[in-house]
Design a protein around this ligand. Structure first.
Ligand SMILES: Nc1nc2c(ncn2[C@@H]2O[C@H](COP(=O)(O)OP(=O)(O)O[C@H]3O[C@H](CO)[C@@H](O)[C@H](O)[C@@H]3O)[C@@H](O)[C@H]2O)c(=O)[nH]1
Length: 245
């Protein structure tokens, strides 16, 4: 892909990558991120927020910090404190005026980042979200139960809250930094409900959201941390948002 001319030479993209047991995925995703941003001639950094993974993710991350200096930072925490607070923790160290949030397991492929940046620039959006449920977007490798859970979660939230965003539970997003900071200030949800809460709150505050279709491919290495508890938490979160908006 041809390098994108930066709209401003001051733009910096901070990728916040929460990790828990991602030792096998981390070197490859870092390599791909480096290639993507280098090809695009963009200033970037990667902030790895690892929650004391027992599989040695932090040792791998420490090597990547050296190998890709000064682009990669490790901001570890001692216990598994969850995805949402990992983003908040990572944001504290970020120097970018744009923040990319994604998973480390290739379900969110770095190849979509240039499209998200192009969409943001073209539309001036506050947020660009990767969507599995519009245009060419799709999900690959999930069993029927997981597909129905994800689709059902989106239909449920869309029916109750009507935010006009096609993929409310997806977490592959590009935010203007100031917008994400503001949303964290006024959004309490930090569990699996958070992606949905951030998008719904953003809409209610008048922030613009663009969408880029993505292919979400299920992880090859490691396991998803989504369980029954998160699904119940999500349903409660939708109803709380409905009540409070
Ligand atoms: N630091 C940290 N990272 C975590 C934690 N739990 C998960 N992660 C990391 O967060 C990313 C996503 O975790 P998964 O466990 O693979 O998530 P998932 O079940 O596949 O859910 C994904 O898809 C959902 C929608 O279908 C999303 O709602 C969710 O945010 C996530 O993107 C991975 O990089 C994983 O290592 C945690 O407690 N702490």
């Amino acid at each position: 892909m041809a390098p994108a001319k930066p709209s401003s030479s001051k733009d910096t993209y901070s990728v916040i990558l929460p990790t828990f047991n991602e030792r096998q995925n981390l070197p490859i995703i870092t390599w791909l991120l480096n290639r993507t941003f280098t090809e695009q001639n963009l200033d970037w950094e990667l902030i790895i927020v690892d929650d004391g993974s027992p599989d040695g993710t932090q040792e791998v991350a420490a090597q990547l910090v050296t190998a890709y200096a000064p682009h990669v930072l490790l901001r570890p925490r001692t216990g598994k404190l969850g995805l949402g607070t990992a983003y908040v923790h990572g944001l504290q160290s970020a120097r970018g005026n744009y923040i990319v949030i994604m998973d480390a397991d290739f379900s969110h492929h770095p190849k979509f980042i240039p499209q998200m940046i192009a969409a943001q620039r073209a539309g001036g959006f506050d947020i660009v979200t990767g969507t599995r449920y519009a245009g060419d977007g799709g999900v690959y490798g999930w069993d029927l139960k997981r597909k129905l859970t994800s689709k059902g979660a989106n239909i449920f939230a869309d029916t109750v809250l009507r935010p006009g965003v096609s993929d409310l539970t997806g977490s592959f997003r590009l935010y203007k930094r100031a917008v994400l900071e503001r949303l964290f200030e006024c959004t309490e949800a930090r569990g699996f409900t958070m992606q949905m809460a951030l998008a719904v709150t953003a809409k209610s505050k008048g922030y613009s959201i663009g969408e880029v279709p993505i292919s979400f491919v299920d992880r090859v290495y490691g396991d998803s941390k989504l369980g029954g508890e998160e699904i119940v938490e999500y349903a409660k979160g939708v109803l709380q948002l409905w009540w409070s908006t």
